[in-house]
Design a protein. Structure first.
Length: 437
């Protein structure tokens, strides 16, 4: 039944696991072990040679992680996934799997601040150039492409701009060059399936909506199995040339007996093996618990967020509300085309009193948590200019959509009356005198 289901409510409960074969346990066990017993020397040899898939060492693969990987791959419509220790590790691995020193990636400017820093500084130090372009014009990706471009990268529902990315338009441009589109779908699980629109790879920070409980860090990379790496051997050399780190394996050839999973196999047995950013089995267990209610929570996040937006739009201390349902023209068309079932749980607002108003508002909240995370069942708030985006230059802040008076809200699943009551009393403390200046 679940193999054929496209209904997320069913997939997140049943995909990848029915019962523990050893005990019959319905809940996914936590396999808190470092190592796994081989049946015999031939079995061990097969595993290390990738002649068959199986467990060798938890840094590379673990049965608890495996269920999570299968479940999220099924949810997104992909063929395989790789759980890692954090969303940042997922973003880094997704790029490093196809780009090395001397190569470049073209990325949307509309990114989470941590991803921007990873791309603009750390990957730059590793010799990978990231070229930032405005996604308002999909053709900007084509113009930034050259012979050394290995991937395109974007966020479905970018934090904090919330302008939905033109997935199909950019994916089509990329495929004409042999370039995969990597989509960070963290803020839009259930709401958007980027593979349906031509994306090749999806990443999530599971720390956010997938978990939903704010207890566990984790990231995941999902392979759509829909990109012909072998066809584009010149553009994608690292999957088509002998890999000296794995006995000269050519990944497009080595993966063929296992399915269209060359990309994710390479990420698992080279990057995860060597960098060691393994997902904890306990954290994966916690993310499985969150995943089971994801579809239900997303409905409530979206419903509450829209109610908050409607209320904020009328408040005298708020100069502007940023939310996909309020956009017009092409931005609204994209939101309606790519998102289904709601516009997400993130809300941005510009306070008329600028930076001081932002500080006063945050310090006056009583129910909302002042934290750096998003996607919890609880409502959260932060002032990005002084926190998550504080390492960015003024020009970079502008490009990413963060102003002095900008406040990001992650709307939870509490009763809407309590959410609005807390916002109301906190906004009463935010000065608005700067609006006339």
């Amino acid at each position: 039944m679940t193999a054929n289901s496209r209904h997320p409510e069913t997939i997140v409960l049943h995909a990848g696991h029915r019962a523990d074969p050893a005990t019959g346990a319905v809940a996914v066990p936590i396999y808190q072990t470092t190592s796994f017993q081989f049946k015999d020397t031939q079995h061990a040899q097969n595993l290390f040679a990738l002649a068959e898939l199986g467990n060798v060492y938890t840094r590379i693969m673990n049965p608890t992680n495996d269920v999570l990987e299968k479940r999220i791959a099924a949810l997104e419509g992909g063929v395989a996934a790789l759980a890692v220790s954090s969303g940042q590790a997922a973003s880094a691995f997704a790029v490093q799997n196809v780009a090395h020193a001397g190569d470049n990636v073209v990325s949307s400017t509309d990114l989470y601040g941590g991803t921007w820093n990873l791309f603009a500084n750390t990957l730059k130090d590793q010799g990978i150039e990231v070229r930032f372009v405005d996604p308002a014009d999909p053709e900007s990706f084509r113009r930034a492409t050259d012979a050394k471009t290995r991937a395109y990268y974007a966020e479905t529902l970018p934090n904090p701009k919330l302008t939905v990315f033109p997935i199909k338009e950019v994916a089509d441009i990329g495929r004409s060059f042999g370039i995969p589109l990597i989509m960070d779908n963290t803020a839009a699980p259930i709401l958007c399936r980027p593979f349906d629109h031509g994306a090749a790879i999806i990443v999530h920070s599971m720390t956010k909506w997938i978990g939903g409980h704010g207890t566990s860090i984790g990231g995941i990379i999902v392979d759509g199995g829909n990109f012909d790496w072998e066809k584009h051997a010149v553009r994608q050399p690292y999957l088509n040339q002998p890999d000296p780190s794995y006995h000269g394996a050519v990944w497009t050839q080595a993966a063929k007996p296992l399915g269209p999973i060359a990309y994710i196999i390479k990420a698992r047995v080279t990057l995860l093996r060597d960098f060691g950013s393994a997902a904890s089995p306990f954290n994966s267990f916690m993310h499985i618990q969150g995943l089971e209610t994801l579809a239900l929570r997303m409905r409530e996040h979206c419903r509450n967020a829209q109610a908050v937006v409607d209320w904020l739009a009328k408040h005298p201390a708020v100069g502007k509300v940023i939310f996909p349902s309020l956009f017009t023209g092409e931005q609204k068309r994209r939101a309606d085309y790519y998102l289904s079932g709601g516009y997400g749980g993130l809300v941005g607002m510009e306070l008329k009193g600028g930076r001081e108003a932002g500080r006063r508002f945050i310090d006056s909240l009583k129910m909302f948590y002042h934290v750096a995370n998003i996607g919890d069942a609880r409502s959260l708030a932060i002032h990005p200019a002084t926190t998550t985006h504080s390492q960015l230059s003024p020009a970079e802040l502008t490009a990413s959509g963060v102003s002095d008076g900008f406040v990001r809200l992650s709307i939870g699943i509490e009763h809407i009356d309590d959410i609005i009551a807390d916002l109301d009393q906190a906004l009463a403390a935010a000065p608005i005198r700067a609006a006339a200046q």
